[in-house]
Design a protein around this ligand. Structure first.
Ligand SMILES: [Cu+2]
Length: 145
């Protein structure tokens, strides 16, 4: 690509961005890349991961969730202490995602915890509960990552 054609395509991209912004842009709250790590049938809990993108112009707070495939769902964060012992603890105040920000729910980080899972292969539906926005239903594939 010559410098001038690169410039042209950048200009095109910029105008596309402006066009999106002009009509309000993506003003939605979205959840993507959802998955749950496969666990053995004796497991007492399994973790649910995803990315939240807050395209709204106000903050939202993830406060938990529910699923017919779990006795309950808790919002957890993972910490590792000085002795390299990993622990999870509930995020009592939820997880705030500011306007225009995104949050990654990932292994060794924040996650939803499915307590007493009843589905161990395929996928299951989860409702993610928010303060400041409508709850979102996602279908979480169980993966052997
Ligand atoms: Cu957990």
């Amino acid at each position: 690509m010559t410098p001038s054609s690169r410039l042209r395509s950048t200009a095109l991209l910029m105008s596309a961005v402006f066009a999106l912004t002009a009509c309000g842009g993506p003003t939605t709250l979205t959840i993507s890349d959802e998955w749950s790590r496969a666990v053995p049938r004796v497991a007492e809990a399994s973790a649910i991961y995803f990315e939240i993108t807050n395209g709204l112009d106000s903050a939202v707070t993830v406060i938990g969730g529910s699923s017919e495939a779990c006795a309950s769902i808790e919002l957890h964060e993972t910490s590792i202490d000085d002795n390299r012992v990993m622990a999870m603890r509930p995020l009592a105040d939820g997880l705030l995602v500011g306007p225009g920000e995104s949050a990654e729910f990932e292994p060794l980080g924040t996650h939803l915890m499915c307590i007493e899972p009843t589905v161990f292969e395929g996928s299951f539906a989860v409702t993610v509960d928010f303060d400041g926005a409508a709850d979102i239903e996602i279908v979480v594939p169980i993966e052997d990552r």
